[in-house]
Each structure stands twice: as C-alpha cells, then as structure tokens.
Design a protein. Structure first.
Lengths: 310, 348, 319
C-alpha cells in the first residue's frame, strides 16, 4: 500500500512539473508575456520589475528554473492593475471557490446518490423513468445554459440574491453561494445519479447479494450495507475528480453569477490581460487537479481491498 | 442409510424438509417458463439427498425457492408447498421466512469467490451471520467465527479472520462459506454445486468436510449437482431432474446399478467408470436440453431418447414405483431401460 | 414466496436454453474481412438495431438537420449574419426578424444559422484532429507496449492535468483569438481521452486468438493492426467521437461566452449569450439568449442521443 502511495506521489509531482513546463514554454517562449497587448498598456516599471523577477534576461533554462522557484516559494508576481501580490489576490478568493465547490459537491452527492439508489432498487418504476429522463436532459444541456436560465429567472427571488449587483450590497456567503452551487450541482448530480444507478444495478445482480439474502438479512441491510458499500466506489472516484475540477475554478458559473472566486478572478484577468494572474491561476488549477486525482486513486485503493494488495 | 424415500403423505413422522408438488413458473417475453413443474421430495435429519440434472433442469430454482430467494413477480407458484417440519414455508409471511433463512435452512453456493462480499473481511461476514440470528455482541460473534473457521479446517484462523475473500484460495473460500452457513447450526444445508468451481483434489476435501460436519451435527444435506461422480460417494438418495420434473428417484445404489429411466441410463452410459472394462464405449446423449419455455409434449426427454415411441408423446408419464423399495421412475419404457442396463453391465 | 423490496433476482439465465443448436450463431464478428457481402449485411444489422431506439432516431434527425443548415447556410440566411445595425438593436422577434436582433443589431435568426455552420465546422475539425492523433498514438502505445506505452501514457497524463477550460484558455492566449486557435486548443485537450480509449481496446484485442493466428502466418505488425485490430477497436472510439462533437460545441460556446476564442464579430452561439448577459435582468429580453441556448442544447442532445444509439446498436453487449 505504501509503495502504491509513493508511486502515485512521484507520478503526480512529475506531471505537475511537466505541465508547468508546458505552461512556461507556451507563455514565455512563444512571446513576451509581460508586454502590452491590445489596448491595455502595461506600465513600464511593472514590466521591468516582472522581467527581472522572472529572469527574462537570462537564458531559457534559467528562466524556467526561476519560474519554478518562484512558484514553489509562493511568489507569483505582481498583478498589472493594482500592483498587488498575486499570491494575495489568489488567497483572497480561494476560500470562496472552496465554499462553492464544497456546497456543490454536497448537493450533488446527496441528490445524485439517493436518486441513483432509488432508481436502481425500484427499477422500471415511475421514479426510475423520471430519473433517467431528467439526467439525460441535465447532461445534454450545458452548465452555462442552466446557469443563464437560473440567472434570468431565479435570481432576485426569495433568498437568491440579485445579480448583477454593486459592491455596496452585502450578501451573506450562504446566500451568495446558492445559485452557482446549484448550477454546478445539477449536471454533476445527473452524472452521479446515472453512475450510482448503473453501479447499483450491476451490484444487485452479484452473487454476494444473493448470499446476503440467503443469510436472512433484512432488505435494508442487504441494500444499505452490502450493495451500497460496493456500488459507491465508482461514485467516490467521480466525486473526487469533480472536486478537482471545481477547485480549478468553475469559470463560467462564477462569471455568470459574478461570484468572487478563482474562476471569476481568471475571467477578469483575461479581460484585463493580467498575465501574472492568469499564469498563477492556470498553474494552481493544474496542481489542484493533479493532487485531487492522486487522492482519488489512493482513496479508491482504500475502498476496494482487491486493489490494495496488487 | 437405507434410503427411505418417504413421499407417502400418511407417514407418521413428518419429514424434516418436504417439497410437495412444487411448481415455479416465470412469465417472460418468451412465454411461460416452467422452471419447476410438479416436483415432490423430502429429506430427513442426517440424510444426504442429491438432486442431479443438467443446467436448466430446474434443480437450482427448487433450492432457491426453499430459501425464498426467488423474486415473486416474475415468478409464480401455481401449486404446491414446501414444509419445514410440517410448517408451510410458501405461505409464511416474509418476515418469518427471513428468520429461518440462515438459521434453520442455510445455503452454500457454487462460486465462493463471487458469493462472498469482496469489500468485507471474511470474519466479519461470518460474524454477521451469527449476529443476524442470535442476540450476541460483536466479540462473541467474532469468537464464534474463529471457532467455525477452525472447525472447517482453515489453518491459522486468527490471521485469516481479518482477511478479505480474495486473499483466500478457492478451497479455503468454500470452507469459509461452509463455516458461514453452519454458523447457526441449521437443520438443513442446501449445497448448490459446491465443488464445481474447484479443482478436483480440493473437491474431494470439501466433500469430506461436509460428510464430517454432517455426522457431528446430524444436518440434512441437499446436494445439487450435475456431477454424478460426486454423488456416488456422498449421497444416500438421488433425484434425477429433467426439464423441471423429477424423472427418477431412488437410493444411490438403485440409481447407479439399476437405472430405470432413459435419461438416467443415458447419463450413466456417458460416464467413464473405473469398475467397468476398458473397451466400453462412451455414448453421449444426442441433442440439447430443451428451453423451459418450450418443453416438448408428453415426456420431455422423448426427442433425445432412443427408446421413445408414440406413447411417450401422448402424455407425461407419471412418476411411479418400479421396484418397490422407494425407487421411482417416470418412464413408459422403464422395463426396457432396465434390460438395456443389464446388457450394458454384462458386456462390461 | 418473495423477496421483499424490489431488487430483481430475475429468471436465472440457464433456464432459457437456446432454442437452436449453438452452431447457428448470428452475425460474424466485425472485422473478419471476408468480402463485401458480409460488410453490407453487418451494416444492415446495425441499422436495424439502431432504428429500434426512438431517441437515437430523434438524435439522427437533429444531426441531419444541423448538417443541412451548416452546408446550405449562405442560402438560408435572410440577412448577412455579421451585418450590424446599431440603430436597430435588441428588437424583439417580428415578421422582419424572426428571432429578433441582438445587441449589435444583427439579425438573430441568421446569426443562429451561421452559428450552426461555425459550430459544425469547428467541432468536426476538433474531433477529427483529436481522433487522428489519438487513435494513432493510442494504437501504437497499446500494440507496442513497454517504453512507448509509458511515454504516451505519461504524455496524456500531462495534457489531462489541465482542467478543460483553463487549458483551452491558455492555448488560445498563446495563439491569439481566432477560429483556428480554438480548433487547436480543443483538439489538444481532446486527443488524450481518445488515445487512452484506443490504447485500452488495442491492449485487450492484442491477445485475442485471431491476432495470434495472423501473427502465426507471418503477417506484419502494421497489417495486423490495420486489418484486424483497428476495425474491432473502433466501435467505442466512434461512440466517443459523437459525444465529443457535442462537448466541443459546448466548449467553443463556453470560450466564446467568456469572450475568448472566436473573434468578436462572429455571431457564435456562446458569444451571443455572453453579449446578452449584460441586459439579462431587464424583463422581456429573453429572446436574446434563449435561441442560442436552445441551439446549443439541441445540438448537444442530438449528438448524445446518436452516441447512445450507436452504443446499443454496435454492440448490444456493451450496455
């Protein structure tokens, strides 16, 4: 087991480094990332400072090492507009994205798992058909369409805050997070419901379920303990990866609802051509995703004893 | 062990487990599948009854019906009953049935790898069996599991109890299943092809284990299998099933040495036997077993039978006594079969 | 006697023994090249199975309509989709402008049609590009194994490490805003999955008996891969391709919504929505975003249905 974890860790580090190299090559090697482009003019002193920081006057390999060094020490540069530390900007919005991700996951796991189990256990019933239709639609309709729809029709009603709104309007975080979390949750809930249903259906056909019944266990124990424990495994994997994706910033959803998270920050930085911020967020997204994939793999081994020993 | 196959309903002592004219039909897209079509037998304490037949003969379904594992739609039970010491199982409410499952009647299955839950420890699964039917604490249940593992001959039970099914070998897994089945000292053990998935040497060990356990606990064993060889050394009585019906029943000796149904005769002719001379030809039974949605008219075996005549198509032959010692056969030509068998034995 | 609850322990399969002798098995396995007759029979079988799925037929209808629109768009549009008229912005649907006009005064109906063509071209290019690269690399990795396999696998790991949109944004930033950049960006993100799919298939099929047979008569590696493995491995990849087209459309729309990728003057569906969002709170302006949103949804659903239908009809066992 330990060997497995170590191996995965090494793999993760390798991927992060390689990916950051790609980002680096893309941005630095293919052009000056700190030059002015379009209408946004980058103040020359900022340009000079950034160029120095990133060692742009040195050879390419040195640049890369400086770049890596900067990342690992958390020094992500200064943004163009407000000259704040990028790392500060990032850590300011990160908790919001975390909250959003967790809220979305909570919603879609509860809904998805329950819907999936019910659809599988009462197969061919009205509920099963209902879930199948809903999930097909939810998967087919893109997240941002759902988001826009909610924005147009639901925001401003009841507890859902109005969007867009000015800075002066204070909205408590638990209200603010609702609509974007729900938007994100819908599609994932649909995937999870389908996954759970399929997994549960397969598990219910297994011999060990028959054995469990032959032991005289109540149906609740058969499904809630024996079947559930086996069928939840692929769902856990999916949820783990989902968290990774969400942490990378749900750009579209955050933008639609003007939710002040990592994704929204990225969107604004793109509009303002704020290179250091963009770069920092991209690398952060990669790291978050890779780390979570690794955790998911290890978790999978933990849940399924058959994998543990190979 | 003299094979008192008692289907006489007026007998004074009620048999331990009795199946009376059981029918299990399934409604499917292909029509009505008559998985079990009028089957009666019984078994007593300490006896081993073997139910023999090919896949699709309905042997597994009858066993699973006893334990209530057959889902009621799409299955229907147009007639018949199953009695445990006189109490009807089919008519019992679900809750009561559940109390019997694993306690009075237990079952072991064919493939122990898939029959055990892969994500729970073996010891926990056995302990679960105990705690479902006995009001004991976790520790007590675990100790019982430990004892059981030892009883079925698993070495190092203290270590094994915390392992997962895939860490066991095939034979050990089956032993673990047997341990689990016997956890609550059931009166009847249903064994559905318990050795089919195992190596031949392991098969012998498992069967020996079952015999030993039966002796010490006086359990009745219903052994379901397609392997006649297995049956020869371990069963007291045999029921031969074909297409959902019993076609022959009797003691082991009777069936092996004096078969009276064409199907049984065919089965035995296709077996290689150590006690016969080497030049004997193996004659397989031609054709394939019928789909249970389209059972042939009359005697279901007639399309494949070398003794078949028009009589066989006219009506289903009743299961009747052919030798007075509890030996029954459902064949119009049972005498002919008997003679053909004598011939075969004589010519080695 | 029943098991409570509802979980099915259906008719044990052995009871339904075959009604015909096992030798008379139906279709031959895909790929066994025994002449055109066999192939044509196969297609008919696949079509027959496909037809049974109503949703799949609906999806096919949608795809055909989309294709027709995409091809004949120049003839079908009543106005020039890019023609702006700042005096005529945000007009609700009317006899003159069936879908109304957008924030720049462009005819929405023409815009939607143009967007269809754009979406089809881009998504097809992306999928074809990704498939070509993915299938090739995946097949080589799967067949050769060892070092090349590890190399390809690690490379896919790296590309897959980028959360989808972030990676796309990055590439487009590097190459600038243009349709080509979008195609490249999406293709770069899409090829790893098809490569992995293909690799998995090839790995599984590599050990099958007919490959062994071909090898034993001295067939070269390329020949084996091309003639024996590829046709059988292709099925899941094909299914994936159709789903990918839908995904590509959404991805392109998402990028455009954010203002990235497709240039501002192109009335791409996502961009139309992005432009509409500024006025979304004003009641009565729903037509600005509903039509492009519907267009995106219908397209995605259509391709998803076709993919599902293909999955069931190409190999019923796959479900």
């Amino acid at each position: 087991m330990v060997k497995f974890v170590v191996r995965r860790l090494v793999q993760a580090i390798f991927v992060i480094i390689a990916a950051s190299l790609l980002v680096f090559l893309g941005l630095f090697a293919l052009g000056d990332p700190f030059a002015s482009s379009g209408e946004k003019v980058v103040p020359p002193d900022v340009q000079a400072a950034l160029r120095a920081k990133y060692g742009m006057d040195q050879s390419l390999p040195m640049q890369y090492l400086t770049y890596l060094g900067n990342i690992f020490t958390g020094d992500l540069g200064i943004d163009f507009r407000q000259r704040r530390e990028v790392s500060e900007m990032l850590t300011a919005v990160l908790p919001n994205t975390l909250r959003l991700a967790l809220a979305a996951i909570l919603i879609d796991v509860i809904i998805g798992v329950l819907a999936g189990i019910i659809a599988a256990v009462w197969r061919y019933s009205f509920w099963d058909v209902f879930v199948t239709i809903l999930t097909t639609l939810a998967i087919g309709i893109p997240t941002f369409v759902i988001g826009i729809f909610l924005l147009a029709n639901v925001s401003g009603i009841w507890i859902f805050p109005v969007v867009p709104r000015s800075f002066t309007v204070e909205v408590p975080w638990y209200q603010e997070v609702l609509l974007p979390a729900f938007t994100l949750a819908i599609v994932d809930a649909a995937f999870i419901a389908r996954l759970m249903r399929g997994s549960m259906l397969e598990v219910l056909r297994a011999d060990y379920i028959r054995t469990a019944r032959a032991k005289g266990l109540s149906e609740r124990a058969v499904i809630g303990k024996h079947a559930f424990r086996n069928s939840i495994i692929p769902v856990v994997t999916y949820v783990g990866i989902s968290i990774g994706v969400l942490l990378g910033g749900a750009i579209i959803t955050e933008t639609i609802f003007q939710y002040n998270g990592v994704g929204f920050l990225l969107f604004n930085s793109i509009r303002n051509n704020n290179q250091p911020v963009i770069m920092a967020i991209v690398v952060f997204g990669v790291i978050a995703y890779v780390v979570l994939s690794m955790i998911v793999d290890i978790l999978y081994a933990f849940l399924d004893p058959r994998i543990r020993l190979s | 062990m003299d094979g008192t196959a008692d289907i006489d309903l007026d007998s004074p002592a009620a048999p331990l487990l009795e199946v009376r004219d059981l029918r299990v039909h399934f409604k499917t897209d292909f029509g009505v599948v008559k998985a079990v079509d009028g089957v009666s037998w019984s078994v007593n304490d300490g006896e081993t009854l073997a139910i023999v037949g090919e896949s699709g003969s309905g042997k597994s379904v009858s066993a699973m019906t006893i334990l209530g594992l057959i889902q009621s739609p799409p299955a229907t039970f147009p007639s018949g009953d199953i009695l445990l010491r006189g109490k009807s199982l089919l008519k019992m409410p679900e809750k009561q049935q559940r109390r019997l499952r694993g306690k009075e009647i237990a079952m072991i299955f064919q493939d122990p790898l898939t029959a055990l839950n892969p994500v729970f420890k073996v010891g926990d699964q056995i302990a679960e069996m105990v705690r479902t039917h006995q009001k004991v604490g976790k520790l007590v249940a675990k100790r019982r599991a430990l004892d059981l593992l030892g009883e079925v001959g698993i070495p190092n039970p203290a270590v094994r109890i915390n392992q997962y099914p895939h860490e066991f070998s095939g034979g050990m897994r089956q032993r673990a299943m047997i341990a689990m089945a016997l956890a609550n000292d059931p009166q009847v053990l249903l064994a559905d092809e318990p050795t089919t998935a195992l190596d031949v040497t392991v098969q012998a060990q498992i069967m020996a284990l079952l015999s030993k356990l039966q002796e010490s606990r006086n359990t009745a064993i219903v052994l379901i299998t397609h392997d006649l060889g297995l049956v020869a050394s371990h069963a007291d009585r045999i029921n031969v099933m074909y297409a959902g019906k019993i076609v022959e029943a009797g003691s082991t000796n009777e069936i092996f040495y004096r078969p009276r149904h064409a199907y049984t005769f065919g089965l035995l002719s296709s077996l290689a036997r150590m006690d016969h001379r080497r030049q004997e030809r193996l004659t397989p039974i031609k054709g394939v077993p019928p789909s249970l949605a389209r059972v042939p008219k009359g005697c279901p075996f007639h399309p494949r039978c070398r003794f078949a005549t028009d009589e066989c198509i006219a009506a289903v032959p009743p299961l009747e006594s052919v030798a007075g010692n509890g030996h029954l056969a459902a064949c119009v030509h049972s005498d002919q079969v008997g003679m053909a068998n004598e011939e075969r034995l004589a010519h080695g | 006697m029943s098991v409570g609850g509802g979980a099915p322990e259906v008719v044990p399969e052995q009871l339904l023994a075959p009604t015909q002798p096992p030798e008379a098995v139906a279709e031959p396995e895909g790929g066994a090249p025994t002449g055109d007759r066999v192939k044509r029979g196969q297609f008919r079988d696949i079509w027959r199975r496909y037809k049974r799925n109503k949703l799949a037929l609906v999806g096919l209808g949608i795809v055909i309509v989309l294709a027709v629109i995409a091809i004949f768009e120049p003839i079908l549009t009543p106005y020039d989709p890019k023609e702006q008229n700042l005096l005529n912005t945000q007009q609700p649907p009317s006899g003159e402008h069936w879908f109304g006009t957008d924030v720049l005064g462009r005819d929405l109906f023409s815009g939607i049609l143009y967007g269809t063509r754009l979406a089809m071209i881009v998504s097809l290019s992306v999928v074809i590009l990704a498939l070509v690269v993915g299938i090739t690399l995946g097949a080589i990795a799967g067949y050769r194994g060892k070092f090349i396999d590890t190399l390809v696998m690690r490379t896919t790991d790296i590309f897959l490490a980028f959360p989808f949109l972030i990676g796309a944004i990055l590439v487009v930033r590097i190459f600038g805003d243009s349709v080509q950049a979008v195609i490249i960006a999406l293709a770069i993100l899409a090829w790893p999955t098809s490569a992995r799919l293909m690799r998995g298939q090839v790995l599984a099929l590599r050990e099958s008996e007919y490959v062994e047979a071909a090898r034993s008569i001295g067939a070269s590696d390329t020949r084996i891969v091309l003639r024996h493995i590829l046709p059988n491995a292709v099925a899941p990849v094909l299914i994936y391709a159709f789903t990918s087209i839908g995904v590509a459309v959404v991805a392109m729309a998402s990028l455009a919504f954010l203002g990235i990728g497709v240039p501002a003057d192109e009335p791409e569906w996502g961009r139309l929505i992005g432009q509409a969002i500024q006025v979304i709170q004003i009641p009565g302006k729903d037509y600005l975003w509903i039509f492009p949103a519907l267009a995106i949804s219908i397209t995605t659903l259509g391709f998803a249905f076709v993919a599902d239908g293909l999955r069931d009809s190409l190999d019923p066992k796959l479900r």
